[in-house]
Design a protein around this ligand. Structure first.
Ligand code: BJ8
Length: 422
């Protein structure tokens, strides 16, 4: 990795502590990614982005800000990037997938809080993530209670705008979300000094639709009998989708898909014939959380689909491009985003339907439902999901875990036993 110490210092980071994180990254990349056999060559771009995760993209954002640009940090799949990019801003996901940040978060939050939320606060207050330093404004949302309360604490240290996400999906809720998006538009216009126009919004709807379509193309390739790419590699791509430049990302995913198309034609797979096919569902896996995919795929199974926010929830369904005015376009954006099925909604039967549909589409042998510890909504919903899958004769294994490796061996034993019986 190039030397970014000066940039990190300029961003006010705790460079010594951050070095501890940087020092473990190469080993983790080697163990989780480079040790896989027969990887597609075009993973090299994503490997590079990962190896330089706190360097190359932050450097681009620093440059953008020096020219007067504004960066908006987001935490959730419901926040529409289209509007931020239309105003000439840049949206970037704020990652929170490492145990490294959890103790820092525990200084502010009860220990029995979901690790994703604790990591959010640790990354900000420990000053060990450049993205958390770079974002001019954080955009939160009222999803689970833990996140809502955590945003109040973050708001003491950084400008914080919280979007009020409805928790039901009636027509009036979709209208309400459209109003929240209009407020977001006003905020980004004020911050950037640029107006959102029908032209720039239409252009950015197309841009983000193209990104979603590229991810859909990638996922469709995993439906093949000869699976051309591992779940672990695909998860990395889904994680990078949250913060890479959207146009470059789209191009790189499509280039990778060209290679995978050829693999499919040639009958090349990254797994031996007969490998058990698994769909993972549940809570999102923020970068660098590769724990479950690594455990599953080193236990002799293949992850072929993720019904998560670092999976299908992120890219399924494009925004209808027929809107002519900014208002019409925002209505269409609201409709698309309200189609995401997060457990914070009631009822959330759409998620159960999606898991069943995807299990069939991807021809899976079983479903693994992964819930982060102390995530009540997904945990409670997991029992109903399990019942529905049993009715459909789809084997399911429910797992509750965190970011530590303390339970890794025990989980591996359970996954291996599950894969043997399905
Ligand atoms: S749309 S899944 S990204 S809220 S933070 S709910 S794990 S206790 S992340 Fe999420 Fe948006 Fe929903 Fe997706 Fe549970 Fe933790 Fe809350 Fe979480």
């Amino acid at each position: 990795m190039a030397d970014y110490h000066q940039m990190w210092k300029d961003l006010g980071m705790d460079v010594d502590n951050h070095d501890v994180l940087c020092n473990v990254l190469p080993g983790a990349i080697g163990d989780v990614f480079l040790s896989q056999e027969n990887r597609p060559e075009k993973m090299d771009y994503f490997d590079f982005v990962l190896a330089e995760v706190h360097g190359v993209r932050p450097a681009e954002l620093v440059d953008f800000r020096e020219k007067g640009g504004k960066v908006f940090g987001t935490f959730c799949a419901y926040v529409p990037d289209e509007v931020i990019f239309a105003a000439g801003g840049i949206a970037t996901g704020l990652c929170a997938g490492s145990q490294f940040w959890v103790p820092g978060g525990e200084k502010y939050l009860p220990a029995n809080t979901c690790p994703l939320i604790k990591a959010m606060l640790g990354a900000r207050f420990d000053r060990t993530c450049p993205f958390y330093r770079l974002a001019d404004v954080y955009i939160g949302e009222t999803t689970c209670d833990g996140k809502k309360k955590a945003y109040e604490i973050l708001g003491t240290d950084v400008p914080m705008h919280v979007m009020d996400l409805p928790q039901m999906k009636r027509d009036k809720d979709v209208k309400k979300w459209a109003e929240e998006i209009r407020e977001l538009k006003a905020l980004v216009e004020k911050e950037t000094g640029n107006e959102v126009t029908p032209e720039n919004l239409a252009e950015n709807i197309k841009k983000i639709n193209a990104k979603r379509s590229a991810l859909k193309r990638l996922y469709d390739l995993r439906k093949e009998k000869n699976i051309p790419i591992s779940g672990t590699d695909t998860l990395l791509i889904s994680q990078i989708a949250y913060y890479d430049d959207p146009e470059r990302f789209t191009q790189m995913v499509n280039t990778l898909c060209d290679e995978l198309d050829q693999r499919v034609k040639d009958g090349v797979s990254v797994f031996p014939a007969g490998t058990k096919r698994i769909l993972v569902t549940g809570t999102p896996m923020a970068i660098p959380n590769w724990k479950m995919h690594n455990l599953i795929e080193t236990s002799g199974a293949a992850v072929v689909c993720e019904e998560t926010c670092t999976g299908t929830r992120y890219f399924e369904n494009n925004v209808d491009e027929s809107g002519k005015t900014v208002d019409e376009m925002i209505d269409k954006i609201a409709e698309r985003y309200m189609g995401i099925n997060c457990a914070c909604f009631t009822p959330n039967t759409g998620r159960f339907d999606d898991v069943v549909r995807l299990a069939k589409e991807y021809d899976v042998d079983g479903v693994i439902d992964v819930t982060l510890k102390f995530c009540q909504t997904y945990d409670i919903e997991g029992a109903t999901l399990e019942k529905r899958l049993q009715e459909e004769n789809i084997p399911v294994l429910r797992i509750e875990t965190d970011y530590t490796d303390a339970d890794a061996q025990q989980l591996k034993t359970r996954i291996e036993a599950f894969c043997e019986v399905i």
